[in-house]
Design a protein around this ligand. Structure first.
Ligand code: NAD
Length: 454
């Protein structure tokens, strides 16, 4: 399932051949291995600037320094020098009005050619809906268009650009998201706006390494694919992982569980008794649960005119209805502990829709509605509820696609390549950590900034 174009483009001679026939030359992405490091930016060169009146610049500098990279500071950098930066970070909070958007030009224009391979751009700005003044809301929202466009310009370097919308009062909560989006853990998350708010209750002291030590996580569909990658990543962060999958898949399930030192829960989530059985199992064995990843999902594709009713019912039942029923019990009976995390697997198919996927698209969009409604409701207990929307991921499913369709899916994003199950697992793990406590009701795509549904 590896990408032939990424491999060939690493050889200089082949790179020119690929370019000459008009194909993209995707960069091999620098990906992190294992758990979070105390200083993930050690040895990285960072440049930090701010708009006039920006309120987070000093705080951001401290976060970067603690992560291992004391940033150079310049609001209007000199265009000289051939120094390359691994990270460009700009504080665009407090812009106030659209005329001040020129501060983005002043900072980025001189250094756009100085972004290192697999570099990172992160911009912080105000939450537009939190800005009372129309002019300030316009300016804050304009930053999103800027960041998304920068992402498209630097993708050929394997570099990413992401935006943190920070609500006033939630500034201290940006540390976790900054560390994630500036590190190699976010290699395939590109062009994303993430909202950080002060709504969810969050402890003052946050640990960033072995971040899930003593936590219990449930991953549905945990035997293989994205679910198994997630189980590995959560376990690497210190969590005890309960992998749930259908009894027919017992062998694969047991192999994954043995690998992560977790616990198997062979169960079909559409079983009428499943919510009760899951709740009782988690209460009896572990006294509760801290993280639930609703990953089990299926496709049964047919155009609506040709779709048999059982295709519709099956996809609705597995991908959406069972999730609502399970959470009703886990949240209603407080099996999920305070400061818990719920992460649902949505899809860009749920954002953009897809031919032959009326059933799948409805379920994955329904999950977006779910996290947006449930997030605020659980904020008082510090529980966050988010969705992850993968784009083209290199799995058995996508390997089986006809060549031309597979190529189109793979290349139609800023990084010109597909992601891996581990890339999705990284984003799920970040959203499961205490450091992501300010992020709730968000839908974050892991799609290399796919053109579909953008
Ligand atoms: P996969 O088919 O490799 O794994 C899904 C797992 O869910 C399987 O082990 C399966 O046995 C389990 N499962 C299915 N029905 C179940 C049920 N009723 N009860 C318990 N377990 C059940 O799929 P994947 O590619 O790893 O995808 C995981 C999730 O990510 C799905 O929700 C999928 O919709 C979503 N997603 C995947 C992609 C992609 O490119 N692979 C893209 C977007 C979204």
């Amino acid at each position: 399932m590896s990408d032939y174009l990424v491999r060939l483009a690493q050889q200089p001679a082949m790179r020119s051949v690929i370019k000459s026939i008009g194909l993209p030359t995707p960069q091999a992405l620098a990906r992190a291995e294992g758990g979070y490091a105390e200083r993930p930016l050690e040895g990285k060169r960072a440049l930090l600037g701010g708009a006039p009146g920006a309120r987070m610049t000093d705080e951001v500098a401290s976060v970067l320094a603690a992560a291992g990279s004391d940033p150079e500071r310049a609001d209007k950098p000199e265009p000289s020098s051939d120094v390359k930066y691994d990270a460009l970070v700009f504080d665009a909070t407090g812009l106030g009005e659209a005329a001040n958007l020129s501060s983005l030009y002043d900072f980025f224009h001189p250094v756009m050619r100085r972004i290192a391979r697999c570099g990172r751009v992160v911009v912080l700005t105000d939450l537009p809906e939190g800005e009372g003044e129309t002019a300030a809301a316009v300016a804050a929202r304009a930053v999103e268009g800027f960041v998304r466009s920068v992402g498209k310009e630097i993708g050929k370097l394997g570099a990413t650009a992401n935006l943190l919308y920070v609500e006033r009062g939630a500034e201290a909560r940006a540390a976790g998201p900054l560390r994630f989006f500036l590190s190699a853990h976010s290699a395939y998350v590109d062009g994303q706006p993430v909202r950080i708010t002060s709504a969810p209750d969050m402890p003052d002291e946050i640990v960033f390494t072995q971040a899930l030590k003593d936590k219990v996580a449930l991953v549905t569909g945990g035997a293989r694919g994205i679910g198994a990658a997630t189980a590995r990543r959560l376990a690497a962060e210190g969590a005890h992982v309960v992998c749930l999958d259908i009894p027919a898949d017992r062998e694969t399930l047991d192999a994954t569980v043995a690998e992560v030192g977790g616990t198997a829960l062979p169960l079909d989530i559409t079983d009428e008794e499943a919510p009760r059985k899951i709740a009782d199992f988690l209460k009896e064995k572990f006294g509760g649960v801290d993280i639930v990843v609703h990953n089990a999902g299926v496709t049964r594709d047919k155009t609506l005119a040709n779709m048999p009713e059982h295709f519709w019912d099956m996809v609705l039942s597995i991908n959406l209805l069972s999730i609502l029923k399970i959470d009703e019990v886990l949240l209603g009976e407080k099996v999920m502990r305070d400061h818990g995390r719920i992460v649902c697997l949505s899809s860009i198919g749920g954002i953009a829709g897809n031919v032959g996927q009326t059933n799948y698209g409805a379920t994955k969009a329904g999950l977006i509605g779910y996290v947006q409604a449930q997030g605020p409701k659980q904020a008082g207990r510090g529980i966050t509820v988010n969705a992850v929307a993968p784009g083209f991921i290199e799995t058995r499913m996508t390997a089986a696609m006809p060549f031309m369709i597979r190529e189109a899916g793979r290349r139609m994003n800023s990084l010109s390549q597909g992601g891996t199950p581990a890339d999705v697992a990284e984003l799920i793990t970040f959203l499961s950590t205490p450091g992501a406590g300010g992020v709730t009701g968000n839908v974050v795509r892991v799609c290399g900034q796919s053109l579909i549904g953008a």
